[in-house]
Design a protein around this ligand. Structure first.
Ligand SMILES: Cc1cc2nc3c(=O)[nH]c(=O)nc-3n(C[C@H](O)[C@H](O)[C@H](O)COP(=O)(O)OP(=O)(O)OC[C@H]3O[C@@H](n4cnc5c(N)ncnc54)[C@H](O)[C@@H]3O)c2cc1C
Length: 393
C-alpha cells in the first residue's frame, strides 16, 4: 500500500492551490471563514467560476465535462478547495442527480439535464425523507399514480435542504403500494419545483437558519418522461445514490482549515500573559482532535489507494462519514470552548470588526453542525452498516 503522493500528484496539488489563490473571490472566502450562510447567488457564483475553468464536475465522464483526473487528483482538488475556504459545491445536482442520470438516465434525460446542471442553470434538491421515513426510507408513502402520460403525485417530503432555492427536486415516490417487499414499487421522479400543487414550508434549525423545508405535493402532475430508470426500480437508484452521498461527507480539507483557524484563535486568547495553547488541558483536547483528523486523512488515503487499484471502497465508506462528521462537530465545540464567554454575543454581530462576526457565528455554528451526524444516513445507521458489512457481526 502506498500512502504517499507521487511527484505528479504533488505538482497537481500545487497547480490547484495556485489557481485557487488567484480565482477564489476574497469576499466568498471571508464569508466562509466567518461561517456565514451563503445565498443561492453566492453558491452559484463559485459553481460558475469552476464551470468556466472546466473543474466543476471532475468525476463526470469527460464527454459531459468531467476532467481526466484520477481518483487521487479528484480528492486533492476537493481537499484544496476545502482548505482554501471555497464555498461548498451543492451536491444535489452535481454529485447526486447527475451520477444517477449518467448511470440510469435515457439519452434524452442526459441531454436535457446534465448541461444545465454543469453550467449551474438549475438548482436541485433531494426529496427522499418523509415524516416517519428517514432511516427507514423504504416505508415512504408519497404516491405517484399514473394516468396516461403523467403521474399524479401526492404526499410530503421533509428536511429537504434548500428546497426554497431549488428549481428541481428528485424524489422517491411509491408507484405501486400492493407489493409485499416495501423496496419494490418505488420509482425515481424528477419534478419541476414550479409545478402547480407544490408548497414549500420552512423548518427553522436551532441556530435560526432557514436551510431545510417541508415540501408538500397536492395532485402534482409529472410527465412520465421525467421518471429515471424503470417504474418500480427506484430503490436500485436510491441505493446507488446513497453511496455517492456518503463519499462526500468527510470534508477533510475544510476540517484541516478549521483546525488551523482554531489554533490561531486559541493562541490569541490570552490571560495573565499566557495563551490558551499554554493550557495543558486545552492542548490535550486539541492534540487529540489533530490526531483523529490525521488518522481520518490516512484512512481516506487507504480508500484512495484501493480506488486507484480499481477496487470499490464498499461499506467502509461509512467510517469516513462517522469520523468526518464527529471531527466537524468537535471543531465547533473547541472553538466555542476557546471563545468562552466571548461567544455569548447574541443576535447578528454589530459588524464592528471581523472578529466580532466570527464570535457571533460560533454558537449558531455549534448548533448548526449537530445536523452532520444525522443527515446522509445517521451515524447510528452507518455504525450498523460497518458492523454488518465490514465486521460481519
Ligand atoms: C439538516 C438536515 C438536512 C437534511 N437534508 C435532507 C435532504 O435534503 N433530503 C432528504 O431526503 N433528507 C434530508 N435529511 C433527512 C435525513 O436523511 C434524516 O433525518 C435521517 O435519515 C434520519 O431520519 P429521521 O430524521 O427520520 O430519524 P429516524 O430515522 O426516526 O431516527 C431517529 C433516531 O433513531 C436512530 N435510529 C433509527 N433507526 C435505527 C437503527 N436501526 N439502529 C440504530 N439507531 C437507529 C437514528 O440514528 C436517530 O438517532 C436531512 C436531515 C437534516 C437533519
Amino acid at each position: 500500500m502506498d500512502l504517499d503522493y507521487s511527484a505528479d500528484e504533488r505538482a497537481f496539488r500545487d497547480e490547484v492551490r495556485a489557481w485557487l489563490a488567484t480565482n477564489l473571490p476574497p469576499a466568498l472566502r471571508d464569508k466562509v471563514a466567518r461561517y456565514g450562510h451563503l445565498t443561492r447567488d453566492e453558491l452559484m457564483t463559485w459553481h460558475r467560476i469552476l464551470a468556466a475553468q472546466g473543474w466543476v464536475a471532475p468525476a463526470w465522464p469527460t464527454e459531459w465535462g468531467g476532467t481526466p483526473w484520477n481518483v487521487v487528483q479528484r480528492y486533492l482538488f476537493e481537499e484544496e478547495c476545502g482548505y482554501a475556504g471555497a464555498p461548498p459545491l451543492m451536491p444535489f445536482g452535481l454529485a447526486m442527480c447527475a451520477p444517477v442520470l449518467l448511470k440510469f438516465g435515457s439519452d434524452a434525460q442526459k441531454a436535457r439535464f446534465l448541461p444545465r446542471i454543469y453550467r449551474g442553470d438549475d438548482f436541485w434538491c433531494q426529496g427522499y425523507s418523509e415524516p416517519g421515513s428517514g432511516s427507514d426510507l423504504a416505508s415512504l408513502r408519497t404516491s405517484a399514480v399514473r394516468t396516461g402520460d403523467r403521474y399524479v403525485v401526492n404526499g410530503q417530503k421533509i428536511w429537504t435542504t434548500l428546497a426554497h432555492m431549488a428549481d428541481w427536486i428528485f424524489c422517491l415516490v411509491r408507484t405501486d403500494a400492493t407489493r409485499d417487499r416495501r423496496q419494490d414499487g418505488i420509482s425515481f421522479l424528477l419534478i419541476d419545483m414550479k409545478s402547480p400543487g407544490i408548497t414549500v414550508r420552512p423548518l427553522i434549525l436551532m441556530d435560526g437558519a432557514h436551510e431545510v423545508n417541508e415540501v408538500f405535493f397536492d395532485d402534482v402532475e409529472v410527465p412520465v418522461e421525467n421518471r429515471v430508470h424503470d417504474e418500480g426500480s427506484g430503490w436500485t437508484v436510491a441505493k446507488y445514490l446513497l453511496g455517492h452521498e456518503r463519499m462526500n461527507t468527510a470534508r477533510i480539507g475544510t476540517s484541516k482549515r478549521e483546525l488551523e483557524q482554531l489554533k490561531t484563535f486559541a493562541a490569541a486568547q490570552r490571560k495573565d500573559g499566557k495563551s490558551l495553547l499554554d493550557d495543558p488541558r486545552f492542548r490535550d483536547k486539541l492534540s487529540r482532535l489533530e490526531i483523529e483528523l490525521t488518522a481520518l486523512a490516512i484512512t481516506n488515503l487507504r480508500f484512495l489507494d484501493r480506488l486507484r487499484g480499481g477496487r470499490p471502497p464498499g461499506a467502509e465508506v461509512s467510517m469516513l462519514k462517522i469520523k468526518g462528521t464527529e471531527i466537524q462537530q468537535r471543531l465547533t465545540e473547541l472553538m466555542l470552548e476557546a471563545a468562552g464567554p466571548l461567544a455569548q454575543v447574541v443576535g447578528p454581530a454589530d459588524g464592528d470588526t471581523e472578529s466580532d462576526d466570527l464570535l457571533a457565528a460560533l454558537a449558531p455554528r455549534y448548533c448548526n453542525m449537530r445536523k452532520t451526524t444525522i443527515y446522509a444516513g445517521s451515524n447510528e445507521i452507518q455504525r450498523n452498516i460497518v458492523a454488518k458489512h465490514v465486521l460481519g457481526l
